[in-house]
Design a protein around this ligand. Structure first.
Ligand SMILES: Cc1cc2nc3c(=O)[nH]c(=O)nc-3n(C[C@H](O)[C@H](O)[C@H](O)COP(=O)(O)OP(=O)(O)OC[C@H]3O[C@@H](n4cnc5c(N)ncnc54)[C@H](O)[C@@H]3O)c2cc1C
Length: 299
């Protein structure tokens, strides 16, 4: 099997070998992908998935890498980025059909421009729609799952599947879409609204984010909020703000963020996650669970 010769020549962007994933994650850490592929559209995506299925190659899917800790040893097999070739929207009455590669802010703006309300919460979430559907991303009381009408994906044997609202479950930062395949499009059901009001709400949300979030590279909230209290509050009360391992630091601005102060490795971040977890466990007998997804191999 020579993947570059057999598959690479068919793809507009070819195949990158040993591509450092630190360039594709918001934490700016992570080792190499054996093979990195950037499909130029649905046909290429199908070609890639069928090839991987035929040869038994593992597949990992990447959006904007804003909820991911890719470990320093990287990811074996194929890593497929669903990016700008899948960045589009089309309004059909109250429905907005969008490609999985559209950034959440662009999606919110696109809905606002056509006078559709229901995606205001998405402004400022730095991920793409595909990753947001997997994570059931949300903010300010809204979440993407409640807007889903249908989701289109390519399953791991290379078939196009449409899943309807009734077949999908969305929970707190998780969805039943995990492990089903590669999402390439979704249809969202929204409400007609006043563009000026929608824009005002989005401006308010954007400024709230700027006030609360640190500016250094991060992956947003590291831990899920337990029912008792927001994880950030618990971590702050435990005295972990400013705690540091290597180049990774518990943000002084928002304790549920771990920031890369410049030269962090994934191991620094992972060790800091473990240390914060242990501290909270020792102090409050409470087990915090990561919201970020930890993938790949340690070095
Ligand atoms: C500063 C900052 C603020 C944030 N604020 C919020 C917030 O307010 N609310 C919130 O919910 N999250 C927030 N996040 C986390 C993150 O932005 C969201 O979880 C986002 O939806 C992840 O999208 P992504 O494209 O980056 O996905 P990735 O991190 O690339 O991937 C996440 C998961 O989805 C899978 N995946 C990605 N694309 C696809 C696809 N097309 N098909 C199938 N699987 C796919 C990946 O394999 C992985 O398991 C924040 C992150 C940062 C850095």
């Amino acid at each position: 099997m020579n993947i570059e010769r057999e598959l690479g020549f068919k793809l507009q962007h070819g195949i990158k070998k040993d591509e450092p994933l630190s360039g594709h994650t918001s934490w700016m850490v992570g080792g190499p992908a054996d093979y990195f592929l950037y499909p130029a559209g649905l046909e290429e995506l199908l070609e890639i998935v069928r090839y991987s299925d035929k040869h038994g190659l593992p597949l990992y899917i990447l959006g904007n890498g804003t909820n991911l800790l890719v470990l320093d040893g990287g990811i074996r097999g194929l890593v497929i980025k669903i990016g700008s070739p899948f960045n589009y929207t089309e309004r059909e009455n109250r429905f907005l059909v969008a490609g999985a590669g559209i950034p959440m802010s662009a999606l919110a703006n696109s809905a606002a421009e056509t006078g559709l309300s229901g995606l205001e919460f998405a402004i400022g979430i730095p991920g793409l729609l595909g990753g947001a559907l997997i994570m059931n991303a949300g903010a300010f009381g809204g979440y993407i799952g409640e807007r889903v009408y249908t989701v289109k994906l390519v399953d791991f044997t290379g078939r196009v599947v449409t899943m309807t609202r009734e077949e999908l479950n969305f929970g707190y930062r998780e969805s039943s879409l995990i492990g089903k395949g590669i999402i390439f499009e979704a249809c969202l059901e929204l409400e007609k609204g006043d563009p000026e009001r929608i824009t005002r709400v989005m401006e308010k949300y954007s400024s709230d984010r700027q006030d609360r979030h640190p500016n250094l590279p991060s992956a947003g909230s590291v831990f899920r909020n337990p029912p008792e209290k927001p994880a950030g509050k618990i971590i702050e009360e435990a005295g972990a703000k400013g705690m540091r391992i290597g180049g990774a630091e518990v943000s002084r601005k928002h304790a549920n963020f771990i920031v890369n102060t410049g030269d962090a490795t994934a191991a620094d971040i992972l060790n800091l996650i473990r240390a914060v977890r242990q501290l909270v466990k020792d102090k409050y007998e409470l087990d915090l669970h990561p919201e970020v997804r930890i993938v790949g191999e340690e070095r």
